[in-house]
Design a protein around this ligand. Structure first.
Ligand SMILES: Nc1ncnc2c1ncn2[C@@H]1O[C@H](COP(=O)(O)OP(=O)(O)O)[C@@H](O)[C@H]1O
Ligand SMILES: [Mg+2]
Length: 351
């Protein structure tokens, strides 16, 4: 079992509030990622759950039992750090068995379990290796094995892939996902990489500046961000203002039909994702397009990012057909109304 409840956590360092009003529930067997930019407070939250930093206030419950006053070893929440932090004078097996030995549980059964866990992290038969003989990816897998062998109720992973190169990173993502699916270990997975969070977890929670801003399924955060800052974090670069009148949002970019619930006369901030805007040659613009001029382009491999000067300010467009675009060129932008998302005016949200 491993039902994790974090309720109204506040965490301070020397009086400075770093995380506040933090509520999150991770169901038994669920993998939730805690996503956010560097400095948001992600590591701090994990350390609080693990018992490595104290709470200023709030409650942490595992399977309904408050654990915030328990020492780390009594919490059944085990943390894997960004760096593997292995003991250099111990071999792989001794490193993996370290926690069991500290708990006086290093019997014959435990040795079999260490072997099984090493196999699970694809280090079968490597128990006698010295840790300095291992690659960075292998060391990180030893650190993971050291946590798994303790059969924690909650596994806390703090950016375990951030020091690996791109190819190895993908392998490790697959491995962690496969292990999580097989063991059904309740997992809170910290990353600053939105793609990693979206692809690896059942639900994503976004932490900005010490506050949890949105929790939901990956597509929900990506396509239905709660506010402009969440949208911006997920690469929604285009924001413009408008007023609702007669079922349309009237903006400097034209009028877009909106859902029936949008009240007449209301000011709204609108956003549309760069890949949802369609680019047309100015001479062959479908009806209702916004006319603009290319400011610059950047080839990104899969697509070309195009900055377009429009009557509503600069719009960013991602297109797979940007090869012939040049700065100064006139273009037409089609903004499908169904892809436009509205928010209450900026400033009416919490901090
Ligand atoms: N031990 C500490 N003492 C004081 N401030 C800290 C300490 N650890 C982290 N911080 C500060 O708390 C904030 C959140 O840090 P952290 O949780 O490490 O962020 P993240 O893991 O999201 O990058 C940062 O502003 C950081 O400088
Ligand atoms: Mg961190």
């Amino acid at each position: 079992m491993g039902h994790l409840e974090l309720e109204n956590l506040e965490i301070r360092y020397g009086g400075v509030v770093v995380v506040t009003g933090f509520d999150l529930e991770v169901a038994d067997g669920e993998m939730v990622s805690l996503l956010g930019p560097s400095g948001a407070g992600k590591t701090t939250v994990l350390k609080a759950v693990a018992g490595l930093v104290p709470l200023a206030s709030g409650a942490i419950r595992i399977d309904g039992r408050p654990v915030q006053h328990l020492p780390p070893e009594k919490r059944a929440a085990v943390m894997v750090f960004q760096k593997p932090l292995l003991f250099p004078f111990m071999n792989v097996g001794q490193n993996v068995g370290f926690g069991l030995r500290a708990q006086g549980r290093l019997d014959g059964e435990a040795h079999r379990r260490i072997e099984a866990i090493l196999e699970m992290v694809q280090l079968a038969g490597m128990g006698r290796r010295k840790v300095h003989e291992l690659s960075g990816g292998q060391q990180q897998r030893v650190a993971l094995a050291r946590a798994l062998v303790l059969k924690p109720a909650v596994l806390l992973l703090d950016e375990p892939l951030s020091s690996l190169d791109a190819a190895l990173r993908q392998q490790m993502r697959d491995l962690i996902q496969a292990i999580q699916a097989a063991t059904r270990l309740t997992t809170l997975f910290v990353t600053h990489d939105q793609a990693e969070a979206l692809m690896m977890s059942h639900r994503v929670s976004l932490l900005l500046n010490g506050r949890l801003r949105q929790v939901g399924e990956p597509r929900q955060l990506f396509y239905r961000p709660a506010d402009p800052e969440v949208a911006r974090f997920f690469g929604g670069d285009n924001f413009f203002q408008g007023r609702v009148r007669g079922g349309c949002l009237e903006t400097a970019l034209g009028a877009f039909s909106v859902a029936a619930g949008e009240g007449n006369g209301h000011l709204r901030t609108a956003t549309i994702r760069p890949e949802d805007i369609r680019l047309h040659p100015a001479a062959r613009a479908p009806r209702g397009c916004v006319m603009g001029r290319v400011l610059r382009t950047a080839f990104e491999g899969i697509a070309t990012r195009v900055w377009v000067e429009s009557p509503g300010g600069t719009l960013v467009v991602l297109t797979s057909e940007g090869e012939d675009l040049r700065a100064g060129q006139a273009v037409a932008l089609e903004l499908p109304a169904a892809r436009i998302r509205l928010f209450p005016p900026t400033g009416s949200h919490g901090a």
